[in-house]
Structure formats: C-alpha cells, structure tokens
Design a protein around this ligand. Sequence first.
Ligand code: IPD
Ligand code: CA
Ligand code: CA
Length: 265
Amino acid sequence: MHPTLTTAVKAARRAGQIITRASQDVDLLKVSSKRQNDFVTEVDRAAEDAIIGILREAYPDHAILAEESGASGESEYRWIIDPLDGTTNFIHGMPHYAVSIALEHRGQMQSAVVFDPVRNEMFTASRGRGAFLNDRRIRVSRRAKLSEALVGTGFPYRVFDHVDAYLGMLKDMMEKTSGLRRPGAAALDLAYVACGRFDAFFEIGLSPWDIAGGALLVTEAGGLVGNLTGETGYMESGNMVASTPRIFPVLLATIEPHLTDALRA
Ligand code: IPD
Ligand code: CA
Ligand code: CA
C-alpha cells in the first residue's frame, strides 16, 4: 500500500472510533446548524481534528481542505477531508455514514479512503493501482442497461434553486431504471458504485469533500465520473454523475433534457 494511503487508513479508523463511540448515545449530542438543514455536531469536529492530527504528523508540509475547519497550508499536495459524511443520518441514529479522506496532487486525485465504521467497510484506491474493499479488489458492475440499473442519488436539501430540474430527472429515472435510493451519504453512494452495489449515481450541489475520495474509487474500479454533461469540473460545480462505462451515455441522455444553463456549466 502506498504510504499516503496507509496514513489515510489510519486516520479514517481513528475517526471511525470517535464516531462509533458517540453513536451509542446520539441523544447526548450537541447539534448546531451551520445553515438551514446543514448540521454539525461535536463529533464531526472531533473526528476532523483527529484526522488532521494524524495527517499533519506524517505530512507536515501538505495543504488541507476540511469540511469543518476549511483550507490551510500551501502545497502541490492537498488532503480533502469529510470527517463524517451523512451527519443527518448520524444525528437520527440511522446507521449509514462514513469518513472520507482523499489526497490530491496538482489537482489530480492520488489516494482515497472511504470508511464505513458501522459495517467496518474500508474502501481504498490509489491512482493506477485499482480500488479495494477491505483489501479485496472491487470493480463496477457489469450492467449495461439503465432499465436494469439501481441508481443512487441525493435530494437537494439546502439550496432549492434546481429542484424543478432535479425532479424532472428523478421522474425520468423512476420510469427508466430498476430502482432509486437516497441513502444520505454521498461518499458511500460513490463507494457503492465502485463495488457494484449501485450501477449509477447522480446528485446536484455537492461539495469537494463529499466527492473527492469517491470519485477516485469509481474510476479505479473501472467506472466513469463527470459533471451533468459528462465532462470534468464536477469538483468545482458539485454536480456529478458516476456509473459503469456502458450506462454512462444513457444516464447523461436521461439527464440532458432537464438541464438549465446553470446546470450545464
Ligand atoms: C451530505 C451527504 C448527503 C448529500 C449532501 C451532503 P454531510 O454530507 O453526503 O448524502 O446529499 O449533499 O452534503 O453534510 O452529511 O457531510
Ligand atoms: Ca458530506
Ligand atoms: Ca460532513
């Protein structure tokens, strides 16, 4: 395993311990609201501090972009961290959330970890070396037809500018796929595309820390990722699709009729 990945795995496990301990007493959690429907708990912050402590000790010169504490440092190397993806699930005692840690070098993702502490599932990937679930190689599913696909998505929950466009896409997907799910943790949605549980995923308005790790998992597992027109730029726009290679063009064609100018960017 590449040394940066070993460090990321260690950090994800440490964060996982903090999250799991706190999950036993969610009623005691102090929850605050960053914006409407955007919650943070002391667990998000404690998990993030633990991750940053471990990464800084190993790589003091690397830059960091973390959801709760923001950007720090300047370097060609940048760690992108979501200490707890699926906070709303966590607060409600829904056992579906994850830690996501990715390392980018000059804008290209190099290493990725998405860790589900509930199921003890560690998804990892290194550029050019494939994607793994608990050390077993994973690949995207072989499904080629949208009609047979199980599709993950996230609903708009904070910014509602694109709700109508999104509902149009959702309606078409309802009719054209074999099922839709909104599990509530985008990093895990992408990890599930990587290991073939989902055949496709789409969401509008994500943040870089939701996407960074999962995107490398999908591409290293043989899948494709893109913005809503299939191009790069999803890290900036936060609008993203991911799927098996054969479903990708059909997925984009289903989304296309609903795109506004803003969503095309
Ligand atoms: C959220 C989850 C959710 C997605 C949201 C994200 P958070 O992350 O990934 O599935 O729909 O867009 O913000 O706030 O729980 O880290
Ligand atoms: Ca997130
Ligand atoms: Ca989060």
